[in-house]
Design a protein around this ligand. Structure first.
Ligand code: ADP
Ligand code: MG
Length: 366
């Protein structure tokens, strides 16, 4: 997978830009607030169908402009392709893949694959479960479009079930008449999603162990295990029927608690990854250094698993991460970037070896 060229109009502080990338390391260098992260956001947008910074489209359109446009040329193992997205406030987005109109952004996810790594990811172990779920959702959606569809359906059903719960005090009858239907639907999608997540983690865990071992002298062995709220063992998630039953049972036997809380308390939207070292929770017991190495290993594993499954390496997008790492992790990461395309942003380019240098100044790229 290679990102060849991006053309941008009125995205964030970028009025107009056309940038070509090298197949290897690309360094976007410039002072703060010049438009380095903005460019990564634009690239990542075409891969994920959404921004990694905001859910509000109007924030991405340049102040005072009427629309924003991103057009990205990339090459996969088969051919050169183009994805073009135009955003207009209050209107539907216009999306094209290879000049053919596409209905929804989620339809292009998985065409151009990236692994994004920001400083915030270094606290992936310490963070709350939602960050770790997000890690899984982004990685798996880029590999399996059906996973993203299932996730979207799940979130839609969840919204409706939550509405039902919130209205239950005033309308017990509707609640009792329909809660089984919504719980069934939710449990079904949950079983699909949980299985993908468990299978993904099994692969990722092997890669996380390998990266961690290369990075540290620790003889301790990490693992990443799915921690689902259906109280099944990770292996049992492989059996979708059993998982579906377990989630359904939870959703049907705790209504008073859910009505008290005003939301759905069990399901894949509450699940987590249990990152372990020597069988113990890394969140509780690992040192800060180990936690950072583990987080870095998780991000690199994301790239390895993607390459393993798709047969081609994703494009790595590193937003200001080198300045956050100590010299040994920095050296390790640089070594890992060989034979991969990587687009790096930094204020201090001197510490990063080789590659195409692109200077960033006030939304312009030289
Ligand atoms: N919608 C927008 N229109 C114009 N400028 C914007 C918009 N959104 C953000 N910016 C500007 O972009 C700049 C930040 O760019 P960013 O890429 O995050 O900086 P950095 O180079 O430090 O990564 C800020 O000056 C901010 O005001
Ligand atoms: Mg930045």
């Amino acid at each position: 997978m290679e990102c060849n060229k991006i053309k941008i109009r009125n995205f964030r502080n970028i009025e107009e830009a056309e940038i070509e990338f090298d197949a290897g390391v690309n360094i976007l260098a410039g002072d703060n607030a010049q438009g380095k992260t903005n460019l990564l956001e634009a690239i990542s947008f075409t891969a994920l169908g959404k921004s990694f910074r905001t859910t509000h489209e109007e924030e991405m359109i340049r102040f005072g402009a009427e629309s924003a446009e991103i057009s990205l040329d990339f090459t996969d193992s088969v051919r050169r392709q183009n994805i073009t997205v135009r955003m207009m406030p209050g209107k539907r987005r216009h999306i094209e893949q290879n000049k053919v109109k596409v209905g929804r952004l989620s339809d292009i996810v998985g065409a151009f694959r990236t692994v994004l790594f920001c400083p915030e990811h270094l606290s992936l172990i310490k963070d709350g479960p939602s960050e770790r779920r997000n890690y899984l959702d982004i990685a798996i959606s880029q590999l399996y479009p059906v996973y993203l569809k299932s996730l979207q359906r799940y979130n839609q059903i969840l919204k409706q079930r939550n509405q039902l719960i919130r209205r239950a005090e005033d309308d017990r009858k509707t609640f009792h008449d329909t809660v089984e239907f919504w719980s069934e639907q939710l449990a079904h999608e949950a079983a699909v999603i949980a299985r993908y997540r468990v299978q993904y983690l099994k692969r990722a865990a092997g890669q996380i162990r390998a990266c961690f071992a290369e990075m540290t002298d620790d003889r301790e062995v990490p693992d990443a295990v799915y921690a689902g709220s259906s109280h099944g063992e990770p292996e049992s998630y492989e059996d979708m029927e059993q998982t579906e039953k377990a989630y359904f049972k939870l959703l049907m036997s705790n209504h008073d608690r859910e009505i008290g809380a005003g939301s759905t308390l069990w399901g894949i939207h509450k699940d987590d990854i249990d990152i372990q070292i020597n069988g113990r929770s890394a969140r509780a017991f690992a040192s800060q250094g180990q936690q950072r190495s583990l987080a870095l290993a998780m991000k690199l594993a994301e790239g390895e698993v993607c390459a393993e499954i798709c047969g081609e390496k994703p494009v790595f997008l590193f937003d200001d991460v080198f300045s956050e790492l100590d010299s040994s992790r920095r050296a390790y990461l640089s070594g890992k970037m060989k034979k991969r395309q990587v687009i790096i942003t930094t204020c201090e380019p001197s510490g990063i070896a080789g590659g195409k240098m692109i200077r960033v100044e006030n939304g312009k790229y030289f």
